[in-house]
Write a protein that binds this ligand. Structure first.
Ligand code: FE2
Ligand code: FE2
Length: 322
């Protein structure tokens, strides 16, 4: 907590207009917010990438290399997987990589709108707003990079089902600030966990390793920004908003796990869609992968009071929380 009269010690660039921000001033939270953003801006200046020039897009696809580590492919270690040829498994990995990249672009487009809404009423000269703009610029490059990777791999893009596409239209227009940051973390942390296993993996295509490496480096800052903001929000937001965050975050986890891999990938590699979906659902390995991927996030959400009551039950029904 800031000693003396905290409101007077906050530089003019950091003062904002809402009553809740006055409360945050008093708690020293805006100062903390500015310091976090300053560090993130410094790190962005040092470690940001232009995928256009950083990656060799003209290099041919490598024979015998995976587009996604096999252990992270949804059907891995199921009876169906054991019946598939190596070629069919690699083909499924290529389609799942395209499906996950499509999901990533969907999230990033939603996130860009949430960030734009988040800064709309804030001081334009603050570090916090400047960092949000930096993150939006990162996400613009990421979405173009993912789209290019999909095209290069030769699999189609995989949109989420129409219902969820439209539900997200509502979410990105009306969600509250803590709800937005909780959804952001959900979109970022699980895919990030998978990408951390992908970029060092020598069995994987060089291009995919490059894409995931860039994403992991830049995404670490996004996760920090969203976590710090959500932590502050869960201290200062009114009770109804905190409760709404718990429920909406649990529902988002449910939608997330449903949309994670588009089942059309199974059809596109010549498998029976129903059978494949049923085997993925029954797979102990897959449950473990998804729960391990979510662990860092669920520990954090639990710590700041998001995983309680109905919200916690929704998380459990998503299969992402043991
Ligand atoms: Fe991104
Ligand atoms: Fe991000």
């Amino acid at each position: 907590m800031t000693p003396g009269n905290p409101a007077r010690e906050v530089p003019p660039a950091m003062t904002t207009v809402t009553e809740r921000d006055v409360l945050r001033d008093a708690l020293g939270l805006l100062k903390d917010r500015e310091q976090v953003a300053e560090r993130l801006l410094e790190s962005s200046a040092k470690h940001s990438f232009d995928p256009e020039t950083e990656l060799d897009w003209a290099a041919p696809i490598e024979e015998g290399k995976w587009f996604w580590p096999p252990e992270l492919v949804s059907l891995y270690d199921t009876p169906l997987w054991r019946k598939m040829s190596e070629e069919q498994r690699m083909d499924l990995a290529r389609h799942e990589a395209a499906s996950l990249a499509s999901l990533g672009i969907w999230f990033e487009i939603i996130l860009m709108q949430l960030l734009v809404r988040h800064i709309y009423d804030k001081s334009v000269t603050s570090n916090h707003v400047r960092y949000a703009l930096t993150e939006i610029a990162d996400e613009c490059r990421h979405s173009m990079m993912f789209a290019k990777m999909i095209q290069k791999g030769g699999a189609p893009s995989y949109p989420v089902p129409r219902l969820y596409h439209n539900l997200a239209r509502v979410l990105k227009t009306v969600s509250t600030t803590p709800g937005s940051f909780a959804a952001t973390l959900l979109g970022e942390e699980i895919l990030d966990w998978m990408q951390r296993l992908t970029f060092p993996d020598e069995r994987v295509q060089t291009l995919v390793r490059g894409v995931t490496r860039i994403h992991v480096v830049e995404e670490a800052r996004h996760v920090r920004y969203a976590r710090e903001e959500l932590r502050r929000q869960m201290v200062t937001a009114p009770a109804w908003e905190r409760e709404l965050t718990r429920v909406s975050c649990g529902e988002a986890a449910r939608v997330f796990s449903t949309c994670f891999v588009n089942p059309k990938v199974y059809e596109n590699v010549g498998l029976d869609r129903r059978e494949a979906v049923a085997q993925v659902r029954a797979s102990g390995h897959r449950t473990e992968v998804m729960q391990n991927g979510a662990k860092r996030l669920t520990d954090f959400l639990d710590d700041i009071g998001v995983l309680q009551g109905v919200g916690r039950r929704l998380w459990k029904s998503s299969g992402l929380l043991a």
